[in-house]
Design a protein. Structure first.
Length: 179
């Protein structure tokens, strides 16, 4: 009986290690963008959004990115092309089931995403979803707003009508360069 208990414990430990290591690549995937988007890269991506969604929608997406990324200079953006997408779970899709839906619809491998390092914002710790490149990030945000938020960009910030209106007023004040 004692020998059987040892085998059972060993079996449980091995399964736990296997499951832990299976999820680990998402936690340790630390590739930084090889090249932060240049002005030409940003212009190209926003031109694509204008072509696909129209100039007014593309302008709103640029305003959203400018606000969320400190005009493309925040740490979370420079390290992972993130438009302020807080990871609420440690495994893919990091609390964003719509990210997995977008990836499946566009044949994108979820292992290309990761979680960035901890950033302290207003005294709180946040970890952000890391995108493989800016084009994927911008296309996800546009797709998400179009398909999950009824095409209303201010609902990126909040579904609460008053908070969304405040966010819209903030976005209205942001000048764009690419759209």
């Amino acid at each position: 009986m004692k020998k059987a208990s040892v085998y059972i414990i060993l079996y449980v430990v091995l399964i736990a290690l296997f499951l832990y290591n299976r999820k680990k690549p998402y936690l340790e995937y630390t590739n930084r963008p090889t090249i932060n988007p240049s002005s030409n890269d940003l212009a190209s991506v926003f031109q694509g959004l204008k072509n696909n969604f129209g100039p007014e929608f593309a302008k709103r997406i640029e305003q959203l990115f400018r606000y969320e990324t400190g005009h493309f200079e925040s740490g979370q953006f420079l390290e992972g092309n993130s438009p302020g997408m807080v990871a609420t779970k440690s495994t893919y899709p990091f609390g964003w089931p719509s990210l997995d839906e977008f990836n499946r619809a566009n044949s994108i491998d979820g292992r290309r995403y990761a979680i960035g390092r901890v950033f302290i914002v207003n005294g709180k710790n946040f970890r952000y979803v890391k995108f493989p490149d800016f084009k994927t990030s911008a296309n996800f945000v546009a797709w998400f707003i179009r398909n999950k938020r009824g095409g209303i960009p201010e609902k990126w910030h909040s579904l609460n009508a008053a908070k969304a209106a405040e966010y819209r007023n903030t976005l209205d004040k942001i000048r764009t360069q690419y759209t």
